[in-house]
Design a protein around this ligand. Structure first.
Ligand SMILES: Cc1cc2nc3c(=O)[nH]c(=O)nc-3n(C[C@H](O)[C@H](O)[C@H](O)COP(=O)(O)OP(=O)(O)OC[C@H]3O[C@@H](n4cnc5c(N)ncnc54)[C@H](O)[C@@H]3O)c2cc1C
Length: 556
């Protein structure tokens, strides 16, 4: 019988048209001009993803003569408290300057002084890697390149399931987020670039979409990979940021590298020792000395203007209206900072699908890059470099094989769930209210300080949420339908995060994994990864411990 949904064939399908996805699409068409490349984007690829949340620097570039990839690996390992695989991060740093040069060729602006030197800041424990970028049009530049390169872009299209046949990738099932229309894409390879889990904890302002990271990122990348059999790591690294109160917008490095003061609640200056978001979170968390504030009334007018220009154009333009609405002039007032909601992320954090230096996961034909993948704290540089690396390897893999068979079991499972969800119109709870509750409970039980009692309570709740999603939540239309898939992923991410947090019986990355019942760091037992994958029984999570991967030393 002919299916009542379109079936499309391709060589490479990229899930997520953000930083990593755009770069992957462009690169795939460049190295494989005869291959068909599709990019799926839940929003619209012209504006979607983290870039639209504010980007003022390419955080990791190893510029010859300034720094080396070796120094980056050493420095980032300190930043990651030792939980970092060296080869993956080395490869990123090694290719970072090439990516920056490519961006310059595309007219992305990296300002230089009168001697032609880039503005390079030190934000890592050792070495200078952070290159100032002043490019409000970054995302539209990438989008235009993607279109011109011949990538086929499906906007408003959410990848809902990866199909696997004979142990390798065979395609993706998608849903249109507006019409609910389903599509099957048969593909030899899948590159996962769907970001992290931004909609996870609840922001203090109570606004469900007012999160720090891009709100379309609901952990889909992690869960698509997990359900396909891939290995995940770092789910106990429950990250939050310390940023402008109520709007959750960035400003830290822009202001502090230009002479702003950082004050704690007692008026003591805290800007002297190159404070990081992590150290500010710790100061607030352990010393109870928050909220911190940024103060700039001592700065000359030209510096204030420089900061305003960056903050109100390159970063998030809406911050101008926000500060104006609060009568906040940087020449006289202060900017109050506050902790954001919890979120999971590979680029700022350490949560992701495990990949090797080729961007490969443990599933043949499945690749991952950007915040979905584990190139710890790789930021935008990690997204761009691994977007390219995944594309190169996916194209090569696709060249040598035929399309896999169709995963009929996976397709049937999906159709059954979709059908039964569409029958949930009479259920009493709107999906938005349900999401609010899920994220409130995540905040209650997963936000540090963590302990075994709280984490087990969260596991009890995730179990209950799973069944309530089907028995209590109302699905009024196709828009509600796609949200059920998002919220399901948020719940499953919470479950994995509680499992990993329970397993790591120590405290690390303070305050992000602070266990009040195990308050000390324990390198002897815990200088290793906690790796999660699907167990054999339904709902069972397989937990493994893995060593940190080191660079091969010469002659070894
Ligand atoms: C506020 C903020 C400021 C930052 N500033 C800097 C900086 O100055 N310098 C720096 O180096 N790094 C910075 N970073 C980090 C950097 O931006 C990210 O690490 C990087 O952009 C991540 O790229 P990505 O492609 O993984 O995710 P994104 O760019 O967020 O893209 C993910 C895309 O996937 C789509 N998607 C999600 N689920 C699905 C699905 N199921 N189907 C289809 N599409 C889907 C989303 O809509 C989104 O467009 C910042 C991050 C934030 C949030």
């Amino acid at each position: 019988m002919k299916p009542d949904y379109p079936v499309v064939e391709t060589d490479v399908v990229v899930i997520g048209g953000g930083s990593a996805g755009a770069m992957a699409g462009i690169r795939a068409r460049h190295v494989g001009p005869n291959q068909k490349v599709i990019v799926l984007e839940k929003g619209h690829a012209k504006y979607s993803g983290c870039i639209a949340r504010g980007m003022d620097a390419l955080n990791i570039v190893s510029i010859p003569g300034v720094s080396t990839p070796e120094l980056y690996v050493e420095s980032n390992s300190i930043a990651c408290d030792g939980i970092m695989d060296e080869p993956v991060n080395y490869r990123m740093a090694e290719r970072s300057y090439d990516v920056m040069k490519r961006l310059i060729d595309w007219d992305v602006c990296f300002p230089v002084d009168e001697d032609g030197n880039y503005d390079i800041l030190q934000i890592h424990p050792k070495g200078k890697f952070c290159v100032t970028m002043k490019e409000p049009e970054l995302k539209t530049i990438l989008y235009k390149r993607m279109v011109e390169s011949g990538v086929e872009i499906f906007n408003r299209t959410m990848a809902a399931e990866i199909l696997i046949e004979d142990g390798r990738v065979s395609g993706v099932i998608t849903l249109n987020v507006r019409t609910g229309e389903m599509m099957v894409i048969r593909s030899k390879t899948v590159i996962l670039t769907a970001g992290g889990t931004a909609r996870f904890g609840l922001p203090a302002n109570g606004n469900m979409y007012g999160v720090y990271d891009f709100p379309g990122n609901t952990g889909d990348g992690y869960m698509l990979a997990y359900k396909a059999g891939a290995e995940l790591s770092g789910f106990e690294h429950t990250l939050y940021y310390y940023i402008t109160k109520d709007i959750n917008a960035p400003l830290l490095y822009i202001t502090m590298t230009r002479g702003a003061y950082l004050l704690n609640a007692f008026g003591e200056r805290r800007d002297k020792d190159r404070p990081s978001v992590k150290s500010m979170c710790s100061e607030d968390f352990f010393n109870h000395s928050g909220p911190m504030r940024i103060k700039m009334d001592h700065l000359p007018e030209d510096k204030i203007r420089e900061i305003e220009e960056l903050l109100f154009t390159t970063e998030r333009p809406v911050t101008e209206r926000f500060h104006a609405g609060r009568d906040n002039d940087f020449r006289t007032g202060e900017i109050e900072l506050w902790p954001t909601e919890l979120y999971l992320c590979g680029g700022h954090g350490m949560t992701g699908v495990r990949i090797n230096e080729k961007g490969e996961t443990n599933i043949p034909g499945l690749y991952a890059a950007g915040d979905t993948s584990l190139c710890a704290k790789g930021h935008l540089s990690g997204a761009f470099v691994y977007g390219e690396i995944c594309a190169e390897n996916a194209v090569q893999y696709a060249q040598g094989i035929n399309q896999a068979g169709q995963d009929d079991a996976g397709l049937d499972r999906f159709l059954n769930t979709r059908r039964s969800r569409m029958d949930q119109a009479a259920n009493p709870i709107p999906i938005e209210e349900f999401e609010f509750k899920v994220r409130r409970i995540i905040t209650d039980y997963l936000r540090p300080p963590k302990n075994a009692y709280k984490l087990k309570r969260l596991l009890w709740w995730t179990d209950r949420f799973r069944s309530e999603l089907n028995s209590m939540v109302s699905v009024r239309d196709e828009h509600d339908l796609f949200k059920t898939y998002e919220v399901e992923n948020i719940i499953e991410c919470a479950n994995l995060s509680a499992v990993a947090s329970l397993e790591r019986t120590e405290s690390r990355w303070l305050p992000f994994h602070y266990r009040s019942d195990f308050p000390e760091k324990d390198d002897e037992n815990w200088l290793k990864h906690i790796v999660l994958s699907q167990g054999h029984e339904p709902g069972q999570v397989k937990i493994e411990h893995r060593d940190i991967l080191r660079m091969q030393t010469k002659g070894a």
